[in-house]
Design a protein around this ligand. Structure first.
Ligand code: EPU
Length: 337
């Protein structure tokens, strides 16, 4: 089904709650309808494809045609000796999908509990949390080429997953994800070494968690550290964690011995943007209607009535301060439209 609304308000459709309008908002519930819209648009390219709107900063103004993907469906496709293969429509709510797999006894997505957004958006930015990136669990991504409407299947290698990165993010506006197939392992090992998880398990007296327990632990940590998008607008982490060369990290550590740093396979070091921003004194600070969340400096929040320019102004201040104090460049994580 294709539902059309003219001059639509986009504020309720992005978790930051930023204002913007669409000349035409189309909601599609099947891949065929998405394809029909792409073909009908032709040269008048679709301005924005929306999922849950949870990784988006709208700068404001009026966009042309916005396509909201509401393709539903989740089912087991098959199984192999080592995995269960499950497919879900791009419009499914991510967290509901994760909990549903766990209730079926299919394991492996529990660390990604409570991430806002949709199934279709998950591979685009390769969502990750608490020691797991979704790309590790993806068998294939089914997408439409927005230039031709043609359907294409990307296996995991073709998705070119990286840290908060994929081919879909690197080629903005080119691919519309319609469904995702997951490979959920039959042999399950809890991923529980991430500091917050280990601490929470100890606090709860759990030594070997069940998958549902691990999911509950992740939910508890997230609820403590991250704002509930239903109550306070945000787009999750606003900056990526910066990766620097080993010698640069060593120089920073000489001056800031407690700085968190995570060695990467290629010898470089990933730093914690939240820590850098916090040390610049931004955690809990406001600038007009926006600010840095009090429990996690990496998350910029909208206290009400913010526009895209307010967010950009705060982001620029933070970037300048982190550059001046640590000589590190921060790169935003959400998509700007
Ligand atoms: N820290 C501070 N102050 C802060 C925030 C963090 O000192 O205000 C320190 C923490 O104490 C810790 C370190 O920085 O030592 C890292 O913090 P945390 O474990 O909270 O994780 P993060 O690196 O800030 C990343 C992801 C989150 C994800 C968590 C858990 C990115 C950009 N963010 O945050 O993802 O939930 O790890 O895995 O990689 C998102 O992408 O929207 C998101 C929330």
């Amino acid at each position: 089904m294709i539902a059309e609304k003219l001059d639509a308000d986009l504020a309720p459709l992005n978790t930051f709650g930023l204002p913007a309008r669409a000349a035409r908002l189309l909601r599609v519930t099947t891949a065929e309808d998405a394809r029909a819209v792409i073909e009908e648009q032709g040269e008048n390219r679709i301005a924005l494809v929306l999922g849950g709107g949870s990784n988006l900063v709208l700068r404001g103004g009026k966009l042309g045609t916005v396509l909201k993907v509401e393709i539903a469906g989740r089912e087991k496709i098959g199984e192999t000796h080592d995995a269960i293969v499950v497919e879900a429509g791009a419009g499914e709510n991510w967290h509901d999908f994760v909990r549903w797999t766990l209730k079926q006894g299919w394991l492996g997505l529990e660390n990604l509990t409570l991430i806002p957004g949709t199934v279709g958006a998950a591979p685009v930015q390769n969502i990750g949390a608490y020691g797991l990136e979704v790309g590790e669990r993806i068998e294939s991504v089914h997408a439409l080429d927005m230039t031709s409407g043609e359907a294409r299947v990307f296996d995991a290698a073709a998705c070119r997953f990286g840290y908060r990165d994929s081919i879909f993010k690197r080629e903005p506006g080119r691919w519309l994800v319609t469904s995702v197939r997951f490979r959920l392992p039959r042999v399950w090992l809890p991923r529980k070494t991430y500091k917050d998880i280990a601490e929470e398990l100890t606090a709860q007296g759990i030594i070997v968690p069940t998958p549902l327990q691990l999911s509950d632990v992740v939910a508890a940590i997230r609820q403590r550290k991250l704002p509930d998008p239903a109550k306070l607008g945000s787009a999750g982490s606003f900056f990526k964690n910066p990766v620097v060369a080993a010698d640069r990290c060593a120089a920073l550590l000489a001056e800031h011995p407690t700085m968190p740093h995570y060695p990467q396979p290629d010898g470089s070091e990933k730093l914690a943007a939240g820590w850098l921003i916090d040390r610049c004194g931004w955690r809990g600070r406001r600038l007009g209607p926006v600010g840095c969340y009090e429990n996690q400096a990496l998350v910029l929040v909208n206290y009400g009535g913010a526009i895209g320019a307010d967010v950009m102004r705060l982001a620029d201040h933070i970037k300048l301060d982190v550059r001046a104090r640590f000589g590190v460049e921060l790169e935003p994580e959400p998509v700007f439209v």
